[in-house]
Design a protein around this ligand. Structure first.
Ligand code: ZN
Length: 330
């Protein structure tokens, strides 16, 4: 089905080329060129031009329809990738109604990223079933459905053995309520720009998406919802991109599991959370710049040693930060 998508995109591009080539101005120029030619050639030329004129509406028709271009990337998403759906709407269709995207039975908002251009970000996770997924783009003029072939990706597994005392710490309602509320934030503005930067100078100790066995039992709903960096207590934690600090939680307030926590809203449903911090340098409402020190690495909450856990959330689901770190998603 992905081939269909490629074919459709190619066809669309070809139609666009044909459309560009046979705009009325070009046709007029062709006519003028024909009129200056010898009679016999002129006849042939006129015949050709009339034929072109006759078929032009047919060529123009699909091109105008496909001017509502949808670009889905990456072309071969894998479990954990963020899928970007860019919607180009002609100015005559601009309304106050935002387009949106239906994916995995959920509705994802699209936000304006340029004049006549909108974009929705669709999260995928290691818990998704690979295979064909429908991406339905809903615009004021109607909806269009596309198929995306979500590729499987195998994630490493870890076995964790917890002592009864550790596994009995379940966190507090206070911390879960506040973290859940934070993850639901979707601001229409976009605060990040370009690729995200590394939030710690420590080396990666646990990659995104690792699955776990707890005390010998596979945890079906678990995947490592972030990247861990091993770094000494007190080493700086940097904001990976600009945004508003929308969550500051401390052990003292009941953040038993997460430990000292900072959450940044990068806008348009993209959020970062940093947990187990030893120190917090920001307060809620602060606007931080990429590279700004927001706190320090620690081992607060449920943690086996000093490290930074950075979770990147897109519309309430933890996604692989790697594509955001290297290629960037604009
Ligand atoms: Zn972690």
């Amino acid at each position: 089905m992905f081939h269909d998508f490629v074919l459709a995109a190619r066809l669309q591009a070809e139609l666009q080329t044909i459309y560009d080539r046979f705009t009325p101005i070009n046709l007029l120029a062709k006519f003028q060129a024909v009129l200056t030619q010898p009679k016999r050639l002129r006849f042939m030329g006129l015949l050709m031009a009339s034929l072109l004129l006759a078929i032009a509406p047919a060529l123009l028709q699909p091109a105008l329809v496909s001017a509502q271009q949808i670009a889905i990337s990456p072309p071969n998403p894998e479990l954990g990738d963020t899928i970007s759906v860019v919607i180009n709407m002609p100015p005559n269709q601009a309304t106050n109604t935002n387009p949106y995207v239906l994916f995995k039975q959920k509705q994802y908002p699209a936000f304006a990223i340029a004049p006549n251009r909108w974009r929705a970000l669709l999260p995928t996770t290691p818990l998704d079933a690979p295979g064909l997924k429908q991406v339905q783009v809903v615009m004021p003029s109607g909806s269009q459905a596309y198929n995306v072939n979500l590729q499987n990706r195998s994630y490493p597994t870890q076995s964790i053995w917890l002592s009864p005392s550790k596994s009995s710490i379940e966190g507090t309602d206070h911390e879960f309520d506040r973290v859940d509320a934070f993850k639901k934030i979707v601001s229409p503005q976009k605060f990040w720009q370009g690729a995200f930067i590394r939030p710690s100078q420590g080396s990666v100790s646990t990659v995104f998406g690792v699955r776990r066995y707890y005390n010998g039992e596979f945890a079906n709903d678990y995947y490592h919802r972030g990247v861990d960096y091993a770094a000494g207590t007190g080493s700086p934690v940097f904001a990976p991109a600009a945004g508003y600090v929308r969550l500051v939680g401390t052990v003292g307030q009941g953040f038993q599991l997460h430990g000292n926590t900072v959450g940044i809203d990068h806008g348009q449903g993209v959020l970062s959370i940093f947990i187990h911090l030893s120190r917090i340098n920001v307060k809620e409402g602060d606007f931080v710049q990429p590279g700004q020190v927001i706190g320090a690495v620690g081992s607060t909450g449920i943690s086996t040693g000093p490290h930074l856990h950075w979770g990147l959330y897109v519309n309430n689901e933890a996604v692989d930060p790697v594509p955001w770190r290297y290629d960037g998603i604009e």
